[in-house]
Design a protein around this ligand. Structure first.
Ligand code: ARG
Length: 563
């Protein structure tokens, strides 16, 4: 039970006649200052039923409460302030963490149901962008969080490996490209060709038509088109895999847009059966005015299908293949309209499960306040950012801990961790401006700070010779340990909150707060003093290591033991 539940029970025993346990729970507040206790109950809610002044009600309630979970209950005006019995609660919380270890906070509400997570999904022949990094790390973390509450995440990389841009690329390659140049530097060269195409197409309108024709050939299975496409895809995948390897992210499926090319006929047939398709200047659309949305363009006049058509086929495929409980799309908020249309079209087709599809949007990464765009060639290369962060971590470790044996490995975990944590620590919808100095920072609310706090706690355990199996856990009652205990006690709720909101930042913030509370504890308390509470203090440090490591794991980061 958490503190609110304990307090709610205690009050409920006295006010049973007038309030339900849920009503009591609803009324409870978290006092702003620790001087006002851990939980507060406003007695004015009972003024009507009791026909008395709230102050009087508060005083009478305080007398009647028999529960012994509290150090004291203070009456301040109409408020009852509950001060929890720190000693009893800390002993209980620490014993629970020692028993459950990294499974502390696990829940079963997911019933092992499948949740496909559409994530990362970069576009072939273009560099993987900061936006795709966000999708990758947010999706990866949501996967871990959902798994912790009992779901089965299925990480799907819905690669952008189909669409008119391949027509453009083929045209550009055939006109201005060379095999040797692509082989030497695949993504850069393909990007150059793509940027070239757009520049030239501004004056030469015919290029767009040629590109459309080549994409149509690709859709129809023309061998030359297919062969070029396959080659671009393979070369791009090699580059993407470098990033995925660094991030240690893996996917359960790489079925991208191309995978659905042969599944489009069914979609069109289903739409026809339901009489949903309308002709519009030779193209086929579905009217969505009932949803206050623009029509969805399903097929162009030349027969070519679109992004949304492929997403419809993908949604149906996922429902059939995974029988999902929910289906998530971790994609930038600039695609919100697309996902509204996608859900609406599927709803029109009477696929009730479209209600279980959720777009999990995130904000933009800008550079000097401006949007990063691949088309204009303004990109921040992710691999360079990661390498820079690793180099910086290496330099700091060399300075602080020159004799560390696995320095290279730790530098990688810390450097990559810094980039990932920086992305995950803010509400995912916030935009943020990208500066390398900020990303590789080690102090303040950063990944390395959490990792460093974990390593520090580990070394205290080592020095203290802590043994979880034999430790005698007595209660801790001082103010510094209480701040740590509360964060440990609230962990199961924290996990649920992160899962319900699809918000890794809830975990990142918990990690920061826990690291801060622990560092304060470390500064104020002599943990290793030889007295009767040494084991309990070490148990608290142990619980901190367990939770920080678990927080980091849920975010996709390592927790090195030494750094
Ligand atoms: N490839 C797309 C892009 O980079 C993202 C795909 C998102 N997933 C989806 N099912 N539409 O913009």
């Amino acid at each position: 039970m958490n503190n609110k539940e304990i307090v709610a029970q205690a009050i409920y025993q006295v006010v049973k006649e007038d309030l339900t346990i849920e009503q009591v729970q609803q009324l409870l507040e978290n006092p702003k200052s620790v001087d006002h206790g851990d939980v507060a109950f406003p007695a004015f809610a009972l003024a009507k039923a009791y026909r008395k002044a709230p102050q009087q009600i508060a005083a009478e309630l305080a007398e009647k409460i028999a529960d012994t979970s509290f150090e004291k209950i203070e009456v301040v005006g109409p408020y009852l302030n509950f001060f929890m019995d720190k000693s009893a609660i800390s002993a209980h919380v620490l014993a629970t963490v020692i028993k459950d270890k990294n499974h502390y906070g696990d829940q079963t509400i997911g019933n092992q149901q499948a949740v496909p997570i559409d994530m990362s999904s970069p576009n072939i022949a273009k560099p993987i962008s900061m936006g795709h990094l966000r999708s990758t790390v947010i999706g990866n973390s949501i996967g871990f969080i959902l798994e912790k509450i009992g779901y089965q995440p299925i990480r799907i990389n819905h690669l952008g490996d189909w669409g008119t841009q391949f027509g453009k690329l083929i045209v550009a390659y055939k006109k201005w490209g060379s095999e040797a140049a692509v082989k030497a530097e695949p993504i850069n060269e393909l990007l150059r060709l793509y940027v070239d195409f757009h520049e030239k197409a501004e004056t030469d309108k015919q290029l767009e038509d040629e590109a459309r024709a080549w994409f149509k050939k690709l859709e129809d299975g023309d061998p030359e088109a297919i062969q070029l496409w396959q080659w671009f895809r393979d070369e791009s995948m090699k580059e993407f895999n470098k990033i995925y390897d660094m991030l240690e992210v893996s996917f359960d499926s790489l079925n991208g847009e191309a995978f659905y090319n042969d599944k489009m006929t069914e979609i069109v047939e289903l739409l026809e059966e339901k009489h949903l398709l309308k002709e519009d200047q030779g193209a086929e659309i579905v009217d969505l005015s009932a949803y206050d949305l623009n029509p969805a363009l399903i097929r162009k006049s030349d027969g070519a299908t679109l992004y949304i058509t492929r997403d419809m086929a993908a949604a149906l495929y996922r429902k059939r293949n995974y029988d999902f409980a929910k289906s998530l799309y971790v994609v930038g908020n600039e695609q919100s309209y697309h996902f509204k249309q996608l859900k609406a079209v599927l709803k029109e087709m009477d696929f009730e499960w479209s209600d279980q599809m959720t777009h999990v949007p995130f904000g933009l990464i800008t550079k000097d306040g401006k949007k990063l765009s691949t088309r204009k060639g303004k990109i921040v290369l992710l691999e360079e950012v990661l390498n820079e962060a690793i180099a910086s971590a290496n330099a700091q470790i060399t300075e602080k801990n020159p004799n560390l044996v696995n320095k290279e490995e730790v530098a990688k975990q810390v450097g990559v961790g810094a980039v990932v944590f920086h992305d995950l620590k803010n509400d995912r919808l916030n935009n943020f401006d990208f500066t390398l100095e900020e990303v590789v920072r080690f102090e303040g609310e950063t990944g390395p700070y959490v990792q460093y706090s974990h390593a520090r706690a580990m070394s205290i355990l080592e020095k203290g010779g802590f043994d979880a199996d034999t430790a005698a856990i007595t209660g801790l009652a001082d103010a510094d340990s209480w701040e740590v205990i509360k964060l440990i006690q609230r962990y199961p709720e924290t996990i649920l909150q992160a899962a319900e909101k699809y918000e890794p930042s809830v975990i990142a913030k918990h990690a920061i707060k826990l690291a801060q509370a622990f560092n304060k504890y470390y500064a104020n308390v002599k943990i290793l003093a030889e007295d009767s509470q040494k084991d309990a203090r070490l148990a608290l440090v142990y619980a901190v290591t367990v939770l920080l490591k678990e927080d980091l794991r849920l975010l996709g980061l390592h927790a090195p033991d030494k750094m």
